[in-house]
Every structure is written in C-alpha cells, then in structure tokens.
Design a protein around this ligand. Structure first.
Ligand code: TUI
Length: 318
C-alpha cells in the first residue's frame, strides 16, 4: 500500500520529530498542508505530551503522528499514553520499539521506526512494523554513519515494507532523488525549522538560514550518542573535550539543557542548534504550506529531468 494511503495524507512528506520544536503548532500546520505532522515527545512528561496531542487535535482534523525518543527515561509511560490518547501513527527514534509493538498494533497504531542502518532496518521489519524511515547521517540530531544516498537503496532492497527517506532532503530535487533510490516518501526536518509556523526562537531559525553546507558537525561519538548540530562555541568546546578524552560527566554537563537553551532562549552560541547538512540549502523563512507545495512541484520537474536525461542516454546508444 502507498504511504499516502496508509497514513491518509495527500503528499508523501512526513515532518521530522525535532525535540522541543515539533509541537502541536508545527505538526498541525504540516498535516493541514497535506503532509504528516509529527509531535516530538523528547524531553516531555506524559502530561505535557497529552496537552500537545489535545492541542494538535484542536488545530487539525487531519492525521498526525507522535514520535517516541526511546532513550527517554519515561518511555514506558509515553508508550502507554499514545494508546490511551488514540494516536494513529507512532514513529520511534534512538532505540528499538520492540517492547511496545504488540501493544501499539493491538490498538491499531501504525508503527514506523526511524533507523540509521540496514541491519537495524531488517531487525525492525522482522518485528512486523508498518514502514520504516531510513535516516542518513546528513540529518540533524542523533545520527548513524551511512549517507542517505548509500542507505536508501540498501534498505529498500533489504525490506519489503515501504521505506521513507530522511537526512539531507529539503527540496523537490531531494525528494525525487529519494524516490529514485527506492523510497516511497520522505521525512523532512531541517527545512521545517525555517518556517513561520516553527516555534523555535527567531535566532535559532536564523542560524539555520545562515548555515552553509559545512557548518554542521557531529559531537558525542565518544559517548556512543553522535549528534549533528550547527558548529558554535558549545559544540567546538565539546569537540575539544572529546579530543582530550574528557569524562562522561563533564561532557554531559556541557550538553545538558543545551537544546532548550538554543530553542527557547535563542542562545545559538552556548546552546545546541540541531540541524542537518542540508541547512546550507535553506535560505529563507517560508510557510509550511509553501515548503510542501513547492517540494512537490519541484519533484515533478526533477522527475521529468530524470526521464529526459535517461531518455537522451538511450538515444545516444542506438
Ligand atoms: O532519533 C533520532 N534523532 C534524534 S533523537 C534526539 S534527542 C537526543 N538529544 C541529545 C542526545 C541524544 C538524543 C535528537 N535527534 N533519529 C532517529 C535515529 N534513530 N537515529 C538513530 C537511531 C537509532 C539508533 C539505534 C535507531 C535504533 C537504534 O538501535 C535499535 C537497536 O535495536 O539497537
């Protein structure tokens, strides 16, 4: 079944679950524009997540999802909450949802884990999940090592369920490329940061707009939690401490609360401005609807270009 039919949406575009940012407001805007909005629960208590779900329902009649960050200490409670609240779609990140799949599927929830590798994609498919988001290392936040370009076709060959591509996709060319690689949909995060509806601090959005292709880096490898964000005072200090083999406590102290600092206070030097490598392509702040409709129109054009170029190649060989 197609992703759009499975999820009851118009365009095969999912909004990435960006902790502290992907709240009801952004998720509802994406769903109202025909994509699938997703509420990020990372860092939320059960009460706060319940509030966001209720708020999202008040802002849209369309389907939306909730993401569970599986490193969260309260994951069991949040996993039960999505059932109690009748959430239709759950995506997961940063771990395996195996303990919850039975309960979610019994409740009729569509389960879509986000994975960074073929091996983990296979493991998730074997658990009977409905689809998979394969996320390349270009993405912002917690990432794996494989690029989207290499990951998508390998995951598409490894599983029979629909694959949604993520990491480095911010326009219709990226979307068409993802389709060519075997994905049936895309998940977009960074591009939605630079939208009118995105509730992040204005300075956070401007940091994304100002970033060039080489302006992100990955910290946290020494702790086994690699996280991509925009280079700044905090991440450069973090890298330095990692090179000096600083202990875990010192690193965690530096990172603690850093996402909130950037998102809520707009402290883009001492906070964590998680964003993907495609930030360099994001040059202005637009509406969510403009992002979705322009991506789709561009993808159609890019698809025609692929046909034209492959058609020409054929003509040359005869
Ligand atoms: O989860 C993400 N991206 C995230 S989570 C996050 S919150 C955070 N903040 C600070 C430090 C760490 C996390 C920010 N960005 N993307 C999806 C994703 N999932 N990337 C990697 C994975 C993953 C990793 C291991 C999924 C499964 C997995 O293992 C499963 C298994 O069975 O071993």
């Amino acid at each position: 079944m197609s992703i759009t039919k499975l999820l009851g949406i118009e365009y095969p575009i999912l909004q990435g679950a960006m902790a502290q940012i992907a709240l009801a407001e952004l998720a509802a805007a994406v769903s109202n524009a025909g994509g699938l909005g997703i509420i990020a629960s990372g860092g939320f208590s059960a009460e706060r997540l319940r509030e966001e779900i209720h708020k999202c329902r008040s802002l849209t009649d369309r389907p939306f999802g909730v993401n569970l960050m599986l490193m969260a200490p309260n994951r069991d409670e949040l996993a039960q909450l999505v059932v109690d609240e009748g959430v239709k779609v759950v995506t997961t990140g940063a771990g395996s949802p195996k303990n919850y799949i039975q309960m979610w599927q019994a409740a009729g929830i569509i389960v879509i884990p986000v994975v960074p590798s073929v091996q983990i994609a296979r493991k998730m498919a074997a658990l009977g999940v409905d689809a998979i988001v394969a996320e390349g290392t270009e993405a912002g936040g917690h990432v794996g090592e494989t690029t989207t370009m290499a990951l998508i076709p390998q995951v598409a060959d490894a599983v029979t369920i629909p694959v949604i591509a993520a990491g480095g996709i911010a326009d219709g060319r990226g979307m068409a490329a993802a389709f060519a690689l075997g994905a049936q949909g895309v998940q977009v995060g960074t591009r939605f940061l630079a939208t009118v509806e995105c509730p992040a601090h204005e300075r956070f959005k401007q940091a994304v707009v100002a970033a060039q292709d080489g302006d992100t880096l990955v910290t946290g490898r020494s702790l086994g939690v690699p996280v991509r964000s925009i280079k700044n005072k905090m991440t450069l200090e973090y890298m330095k401490l990692e090179r000096e083999n600083a202990d875990k406590d010192e690193l965690e102290l530096l990172a603690m609360g850093s996402l909130r600092k950037a998102v809520l206070e707009g402290d883009t030097e001492n906070g964590s401005v998680m964003a993907g490598q495609i930030a360099g392509l994001v040059r202005e702040i637009t509406t969510v609807r403009e992002v979705i409709t322009s991506m789709f129109a561009e993808a159609k054009y890019a698809g025609r270009e692929v046909s034209r170029l492959t058609g020409e190649a054929q003509q040359q060989t005869v």
